[in-house]
Design a protein around this ligand. Sequence first.
Ligand code: PSU
Ligand code: MN
Length: 302
Amino acid sequence: MNFDIHPDVASALDQGTPVVALESTIITHGMPWPQNYEMAQRVETVIRDNGACPATIAVLKGVIKIGLSDEDLRDLAQTPDARKLSRADLAVCVVQQATGATTVAATMILAHLAGIKVFATGGIGGVHRGAETSMDISADLQELAQTPVTVVAAGAKAILDIPRTLEVLETLGVPVITYGQDDLPAFWSRTSGIASPLRMDDPTDIARAHDMRAELGIPGGQLIANPVPRDAEIPQSDIDPIIAQALQEAEAQGIQAKAVTPFLLSRIFELTEGKSLATNIALVLSNARVAAQIAAGFSKLG
Ligand code: PSU
Ligand code: MN
């Protein structure tokens, strides 16, 4: 298998110093050029500034990359036709020597193969609104149930059906842990009005809980929901009508399957005149900081 671990990541893993994995679908399908490249660079810088080594994960011409060079990152950010790789797509992409960006699910699989326990992103996939008929439920949820990686996100986006996403996570036995508050955050907004199933305030305890699951013989990872920083928040009452409009347009245009999330994200970006993107970037940076602290916890625990 063509599995290429960047030398910085390899030496950090070797020495047991903190490493944080990063996904790449957020770069190719979640944000427009050039903000996507700037975000990807800034998030790596935040991780380094917080004492950890960043490992952005992608498949480039069939080679699995754990950690990208700056040139690779820049090229990928300008490859809008990169494949969107979830669990189902990874192996075929490698065999066909294609280029693809990894979703939360695929990033978890590859991070685990490389020996990385924690990963930072913006939002996870979940149960889409209308899933009762479309059956559109992201593979990210199943992955959290089976692959032992702790994922730091800003909660599930309000484009999803958040109560049903929580129900599925509960059924799958995935701990949903909000960092530092009782209310589950809702991506662009700090609060959702829904109580978080679990709460933790100490990154080292989050690392302990991850290891404890393994000791107990429980497969899977943890979802850490980190509220967006206050100064970057868009209140729910502002974002809700915009989401409603984007959803309506998606339905009218017959957008389906893998295209749904990217379509909604780019419409919401247009409808908020870029404010949603600024918030998205701020919350990814904040998640990277918390993930670096959890990674430091893992290194301390050994
Ligand atoms: N949610 C976001 N931004 C994103 C995604 C989700 O706020 O970029 C991406 C992530 O890579 C996530 C994927 O894993 O979309 C989920 O896609 P789907 O719903 O098709 O599984
Ligand atoms: Mn889907």
